[in-house]
Design a protein around this ligand. Sequence first.
Ligand code: SF4
Length: 501
Amino acid sequence: MTTRKVTIKQSDVIESIYSALQYISYYHSPDFIKAMKSAYEKETNNAAKNAIAQILINSKMCAFGKRPLCQDTGIVNVFMEVGMDVHWDASISLEDMINEGVSKAYTHPDNPLRASVVSDPLFSRKNTKDNTPAVIHTKLVPGNKLDIIVAAKGCGSENKAKFTVLNPGDDIIEWILKTIPSMGAGWCPPGILGIGVGGTPEKAMQMAKYSLMEPIDIDNLREKDCLSNIESLRLDLYNKINALGIGAQGLGGLTTVLDVKIQDYPTHAASQPVAMIPNCAATRHVHITLDGSGVGILPEVDFDLYPNIEMDYSRYKRVDLNSITKDQMSSWNIGDTLLLSGTIITGRDAAHKRLKQMIDGGEGLPDGVDFNNKFIYYVGPVDAVGDEVIGPAGPTTATRMDKFSEMMFENTGILGMIGKAERGDSTSQTIRKYKATYLIAVGGAAYLISKSIKKAKKIAFKDMGMEAIYEFEVEDMPVTVAVDTEGKNIHSIFKNIPVIN
Ligand code: SF4
């Protein structure tokens, strides 16, 4: 069958990618909002329910405020199906068009997105400043359209990607249930689990990622009379993973995954590659089609879908960080919810590395940086716009900073840390040794959290973009005690989860 030849303009591709990335930076898809709302309604664990509430409130604030759902605005993933009858009115390659759209989206003056991509990953790790290049997958198909799925994947979830090659007779369920707890909470559950089975190693990884682009529809499977083998496996995994009790942000609870997606492909008789990639509280993707008539049309947003949930601060304890003492901190127990007010200092991966180099080299701390008796907040915020003090500023995964904990306590006088996800055993012991505390904020509630930051000043490493050190004045910033001064760890669930077959 032949189809009408159409011509797609370079400017339409660029504009479509730009608009799609701006759109997904602040709109969750309807299926995601519905699934998260249903998880909220059925949750019985207070800490997990509170975390889901923050994610939903944040989602609504971002939709109305047109500001990013998370401070990690992701690395751009693009899946394209290019019709073989498409003609081009273009002077650059299709990949260059995509990257122009990415650059335009991430440097938008009214809603700048965080530039997180670095080139030369093994050595200088230099920020490319506009989040280019995207990771692009292209398939040629019959027809005269250009189908594009645009996704922005945060690295808390990307970093938890898993891969194995099982023997053909091995039990995939056993491997998945054993592996999920090892992913910890850094992927900001609840989210969606994408699984790719078969093909070759790289094909399995690509399928796992691509499966995450499908809408959440696990509830439909329950209503079907006859399920395919893959559908039965999805439902089985969904039930068994949620029965592990990891819950929102790893705080325990009923919902760890909102859906499980599986794609498969023929494979070698001697092999069974299996890849698994989660999508997080900031699940962001949209599908657009270009048919030569102009830019791709984005879905209309139904603002009535957003639930009316308000934060219940009645169980929170107010804490003045400017006068807090270790004695007072020793009365906090894991699970206690606090509203922090006062001064905190920020710092994340590259800042810790540079601080260590300066301390090891005898230079001491940078001028103007005083951590003494302060909490350090692991965050790389989005730049402010308009009258904002700071853009979305949620926590990054604290586990990556574990290796710096002893160095920070010994040399800087910090009282504790604020981040997201679990700490390792040795860091919990270090926290105990220094009678310190580790507090968690909700990953995926970045815009909500940013509203509790009343003043923000870059005080060091200004050349390092999102890795710069800030001084924040916060008021009523909501956090939960995750490691107390005795080294007790709220995330110890990750050590005790039984393998269910
Ligand atoms: S929700 Fe969590 S994993 Fe997702 S982008 Fe934000 S910080 Fe990263």
